[in-house]
Design a protein around this ligand. Sequence first.
Ligand SMILES: [Zn+2]
Ligand SMILES: [Zn+2]
Length: 307
Amino acid sequence: MDVFKRIFMSPKNQDLVAEIFLHYVLPSFNAFLITGITLTTAKLRLGQGLHPGWCYFFPMQIVLNWVQFIRNRSIVPTSPESFPGITSKLTFNDQISLNINNQEVRYKACHPCGMYVPIRSHHCPYCRKCIYVLDHHCFFLGYCVGRQNMKYFVMFCVYAALGTGYGVYHIMDVMTYYRDVSGTESIYFFFPFILVMYIMERAAGFEVYYVFLIDFGLGAIIISTFLASMGTFSVLNGSTPYEDKRNIKVEEKDGMVGNFLRVFGRHGLLHLVFPVLPFPEARVDKGYTINYQYNQARQGYYTNQDC
Ligand SMILES: [Zn+2]
Ligand SMILES: [Zn+2]
């Protein structure tokens, strides 16, 4: 038991287990489900003499949007310059306003990152980074959804819902040859049941596989439709769930078109079909390193601005 504790409960290993689970296990399950549905649907369509084109179009969109999602993680970069303008009396939780080129820019201190970060960024405890305009941490894709990868996230969800729906429809079509979905056999479409039936040798292996794809596919359709709607709402509304929940006023809010263009870029509509485009990504504002100093009089560490 002690050995077990030493190996699995040490903070370093706990971090590692959390890291693996958060960033790899769920995303791998996703990838497996997408691949399974794609290849099975393509095989079924080819078997029926039909063109499998859409079977590859959807996964291509899903994979490319996923890659783009991870490539543009919207982590607030650290500026090599020092914080512009010294301000006095900045305590740990204060916000700070600066006038840069006649524009008011607001910052706040993030102590885990040791940075002054743009006001709309938030620290993600799973990624351990400050993310610019953090929408939420997405467990299914493994990383945070922020300003830059928001559009890829929304398109991923849209195509995941469409592609999975397309696949589940075809697999269901074949599965209903073997089991009557409207009668008493409908319970065979419930994954744990068919798994037990398979172990008892009353169902075939391929049925277990098909029902796995159908059940988890249906779940994926519901989740991705929900997430796509939430994401679209965030984009058009111009604020994040974090800000909505706390009634934080967002200054860069425009009309729906303006909000859409800010996230998707000027050629935004092209992103609906092309995940990879040669246009620059949305801007991610920089953060500035906090220089901590020990303040003898107050017996504690304060930022350089505070001393
Ligand atoms: Zn942070
Ligand atoms: Zn995160």
